[in-house]
Design a protein around this ligand. Sequence first.
Ligand code: ZN
Length: 161
Amino acid sequence: MADPRTLYQEVILDHNRKPRNYGVLEHPSHHAEGVNPLCGDHITVALDVAGETVAGIAFQGESCAICKASASMMTAAIKGKTRAEAEILIQEFLDMATGKRDLGQLSHIGRLTVFAGVRELPMRVKCAILPWHTLHAAFHSVASVSTEADADPMPAPIGNG
Ligand code: ZN
């Protein structure tokens, strides 16, 4: 079995070199901007939600490798999912990256487990979760989010409203 650290590095490098869904959407139904002042990450996430399904998703901006790789893998995972499925995945990723839940308690996370290691790197957690907070903001028509405000920039728990 491959060393998780090696796998982590390979996946990050791959998505950093060839980010998936990088660019703009012509007519997004939802979009939001996310900033992580701690690192200088600044991204936008745009969605094309048709009915209940995320038909299109794209991101762009300036960010470090971890943020870019997280955004790239996020867009690949979210595309084609329903809004409800996306919300579950957002919550699972945030819980994994911040150490709130162990991997055994997460059933939808799939290949995104390569980011489980960031919980041991406090400086990088905000880089990894920024795209997911930005996606959440986009779904809820919040124009922008910052990881600076407090430990958890989300105004309310996901899925309760
Ligand atoms: Zn960063």
